[in-house]
Every structure is written in structure tokens, then in C-alpha cells.
Design a protein around this ligand. Sequence first.
Ligand code: AMP
Length: 294
Amino acid sequence: MIVCRTKEELKSNLNQLRANEKSVGFVPTMGYLHEGHGSLLRLAHEANDISVLSIYVNPMQFGPNEDLDRYPRDEERDLKLAEECGTDIVFIPSNEEMYPKKPLTTVVVNGLTSQLCGATRPGHFDGVGLVVSKLFHLVKPDRAYFGMKDAQQVAVIEQIVDDLNFDIEIVPCQIVREPDGLALSSRNVYLNAEQRAGAVVLSQSLHLAEEWIKETGVTAGSLIERVKSHIGIAKEANIEYVELLHYPTLEPIEVNKYVGSITSRIILALAVKFGTTRLIDNSLLNTSGGANNV
Ligand code: AMP
């Protein structure tokens, strides 16, 4: 496994390895890797000749009062996990390397970023759009792997790839969870024992919602209310949003709409704070397409 810290190193190593039309799979991350990242790295390794991981905590996607300064880091452990996953190249740039001067170009995806995390984290997806575009140009992957835990991010990146003609296949990957259902996240480390125990309500409520939509006459509004009240069971849970939207357009669903009558893909997405720790989760719901309409 080769570790590169500059764009030049990355370029020359990639050029050597890429000779003979070899395919490149890319997994961009902010590090502090866990098995969620591991699953993406393994998929990238299995489906491509060369797999590339980037570890970069991108300041441009953090708001002024967010956790940029305390974002967890452990490069040694990350490199170990990357190696176990068969990763060929790890790109770990510094801020100076990524942004030698203040960028004047923005990558703003309208429409998909005004709701969910985009509403509560203004500018977040502009930062993601810019850094992912820069990384795509540097790595030039054939495929890039993104977790559905950040389903809005997947929708945004698919849009960027379409709009800007990146010749890259975006591969959405399943959410990896702890045995009790909590989605793995680098931020789970911030939770104290009580918060960690309570955080199980996120995945529980998604699971319950999958059952509730099978009942007759469940509207979008009533489903959201039931999910909110289940999350409310956890002592420290502070709901930022619970939303039911079309996916991947992220268009709203009227509160009076019978969920069972919706034939397109829909997403139930949650963001909940435990203390200062913000957790997200979501589920793409399978509706029966009419059976539950009344
Ligand atoms: P991050 O380091 O949090 O920016 O995440 C890097 C990539 O890993 C993103 O595509 C995430 O969606 C993905 N990811 C993070 N957590 C999980 C998880 N629990 N399951 C699957 N993918 C994940």
C-alpha cells in the first residue's frame, strides 16, 4: 500500500499503476475509519484493479459552530484498516495541499440541498461538492463508492456527476450497523454510555416505520409523528428533523398523502442530536403502491 501526501505523488503513483487500462475504484472519507468505510473499501478493492482511499477532513463542509476542531483522527489505525481491506493507494493531503489558495469556484447543487442536512447545515453540500469534484479530478476513478447513510450526499453527488459530465460510476453502498442497529459513524465515539444506549431509537424507529406503512390508511404526516414519538423515548434525544421525501429527487410528500399509495421510491430520513452529537440515519421505504390507500 502506498501513502501519498501530495497531488504530485498521487498522480505519479496512479499513472504507474493505471498503465494497461486498469480500473480505479475510489472511496473518499474523512478518516477515523470503521467497518462502514471498510465495506466501501472492500467493494472498491473487489470490483477494480486499483483501489484508492482518501482521508481528508474538509474544513469547507463544516459550519462555524460544528465539530471540525475535535473531529476524531487516528491515521495509524486508518492505515491498518485500509491495508486489511486491500487498498492500494491512500491519499492524505494537508489543507495547504488541497487548498493552496482560497478557491473562487463553487459547486452548488440547487434543489437537492435546501432540505434535510442542507437546511440545518448551510453551505455543507457546497463544501462537499467542491472537495469531491477536486478529488474526482485528482484520482480520475472509474467508480466511486458512497454510503447510503449519507443518502442526501449520494443524491447530490449523482447530480454533480450528471451535470458536470464526470465519467464516473457512483456506487451507493448499504448502511453498516452495530449489532443493536445503530449506524456506524465516526461521530459515535462522542456519545456517552447513556446517549449511546438511547441512540438505538433511530434505527428502531426506521424499522418500526417499515412495519407501520403496511397498516391501512397511514399518511405521511402520521408516520412522521409516530417516528418522532418513538425517538422521543430516548431521554436526551433532540430531534433536528424527521422527513419523508421522494428519493433521489428529495421532493416533499404531502402530509395527507397515504404512504401506501406512493409508487415511487421514498426515503424516511432522521437527524437527532444527543447532547452536542448529531446522528443521522435513513431508510428507503418499500411501499406496496396502492394497497394501503383508503
Ligand atoms: P465520512 O468519513 O463520514 O465522510 O464517510 C465517508 C464515506 O463512508 C461516506 O460515503 C459515508 O456515507 C460512508 N459511511 C459512513 N458511515 C457508513 C456506514 N455506517 N455504512 C456505510 N457507509 C458509511
